[in-house]
Design a protein around this ligand. Structure first.
Ligand code: NDP
Length: 421
């Protein structure tokens, strides 16, 4: 097949600050990961300290980290390819076809958990992940760069209909960042779908467990705060993998190409910044009262309830609007033939799932106390991400549903937080 470079120039409005953003973000975000990890491990843990507690270059590289990262991705690839779980079809693509996806992420998590238990039983020092965290992050960043380069180059041999609409502007830096090909595959191995929920997401909870084990090494037992952070985030990851099929209808899979933005986000950003709280607790132990812990558990429970119920309601409605759990809900028609929910969770605010997610994010930070801003990094970043994501989604829905979307916005005026936003 001939390279497609002369054909692939869709005119698309540029996102993430256009070419300038796409040039700066791949430099700025990897440095941010390393900076956050370094500050988190420093005694002051202050983002304002000057000079920042940057590690010497020699602390950034360890061959063991490279072995672990390659071994980890190989293990997760192997589990992905195992013939377990069901096979689902994705949404209809532009050429009318539908791709098949193995829904076995939960099986991969369960097998990984058993393997980890065996490792612990054999006495492997999982707490060493704390000491190795910077070289591990450097290797994960390196892998995401290499993968993005491979994805960019191979996209020139993809057929026109397999390219994403947003990542084919003809500007190499922007397209490298956004991703040109929508669903790059090697045989049946779907690279974007694999990266979306496996190595990074499962890696995140493994790193958390490593932090817990480091705390045990240092203080004899895990603290209540550490147990809460580990428990909450494990629930979140388990939920994502249990409901893996739902990822097939998300923006990332349906709309975005696979480029640096998703590769880096999935493989480096998520595992190394979402769990900063556990790392913070290793160096900055917190004592938590039973009442405080109960309040935080309640907050996480409420957030999880809103998040899960609203996501499930929409997924059910999209899969089968006649199902008894959603058939009584009020809806409005759109010109595309698809209906929009205007009652139930989606009549409460326009993104109830984001509201639940944000409440959980806050509950993950609170066990770290109120004296440092760093453990609140996730909730601050996530608020910005979800506001931006909501705006992107809103734009797409308005383009797709036109007047019906405006009617929905009038009926449900608040985006994420009732009476506030
Ligand atoms: P959503 O699940 O919010 O889906 C948005 C889509 O839902 C719209 O494009 C539209 O698609 C459909 N929709 C919107 N309003 C209605 C309505 N009233 N009735 C029926 N359908 C409607 O998208 P996301 O992928 O952003 O989020 C999924 C989950 O993942 C969320 O819980 C979010 O918080 C979480 N998330 C977590 C991240 C993390 O890093 N932890 C990052 C990003 C997301 P259509 O009409 O075409 O079906």
């Amino acid at each position: 097949m001939k390279p497609n470079k002369h054909k692939a120039t869709h005119s698309a409005e540029r996102e993430f600050g256009g070419a300038l953003g796409a040039t700066c973000i791949p430099v700025f975000l990897p440095l941010t990961v390393l900076y956050l990890l370094s500050v988190c491990r420093s005694p002051a843990a202050s983002v304002l300290q000057w000079p920042p507690p940057l590690p010497p270059a020699a602390h950034l590289w360890d061959p063991l980290a490279a072995v672990l990262i390659v071994g980890w991705i190989t293990l997760q690839s192997f589990l992905y390819l195992l013939p377990m779980g069901k096979v689902s079809e994705g949404l209809v693509l532009r050429d009318g076809s539908r791709l098949k996806y193995a829904i076995n992420g939960f099986n991969a998590l369960s097998i990984t958990a058993v393997l980890l238990l065996i490792c612990l039983w054999l006495g492997m020092p999982l707490g060493y992940l704390f000491d190795l965290i910077l070289p591990l992050a450097v290797c994960a960043i390196g892998v995401s760069y290499l993968l993005s380069m491979y994805l960019y180059i191979r996209s020139f041999w993809a057929p026109q209909h397999a390219l994403s609409l947003g990542g084919n502007t003809g500007n190499p830096l922007y397209d490298f960042f956004m991703g040109r090909e929508l669903n790059p595959r090697i045989g049946d191995f779907d690279l974007k779908y694999f990266c979306e929920l496996r190595p990074g997401l499962i890696g995140w909870v493994v790193i958390n467990l490593g932090m817990l084990m480091k705390e045990v090494e240092l203080r004899g037992s895990p603290s209540l705060a550490m147990l809460l952070v580990n428990g909450f985030q494990l629930l979140y990851v388990t939920d994502a993998l249990w409901n893996e099929e739902a990822v097939l209808t998300t923006m990332d899979i349906v709309h975005d190409g696979f480029g640096f933005m998703l590769a880096f986000g999935d493989l480096a950003w998520v595992p190394f910044t979402y769990g900063l709280q556990a790392m913070f607790l290793v160096v900055h132990p917190q004592s938590l009262s039973t009442l405080g812990a109960a309040g935080i558990i309640l907050l996480n429970g409420i957030g999880y309830y809103i998040f899960r119920k609203s996501n499930s309601q929409k997924n059910q409605f999209r899969r089968d609007p006649t199902h008894k759990s959603v058939s009584q809900l009020e809806t409005i028609a759109t010109a595309t033939g698809t209906r929009l929910l205007v009652s139930g969770w989606w009549g409460f605010v326009r993104h109830p799932n984001y509201l639940g997610d944000l409440l959980m994010a806050l509950a993950w930070s609170l066990p770290c106390g109120m004296l440092h801003i760093l453990p609140y990094f996730y909730v601050i970043y996530f608020t910005i991400l979800l506001i931006h994501r909501e705006a992107r989604d809103e734009k797409q829905c308005r383009a797709k549903y036109g007047l019906a979307w405006d009617t929905y916005c009038r009926r449900v005026p608040y985006r994420i937080i009732p009476y506030i936003y």
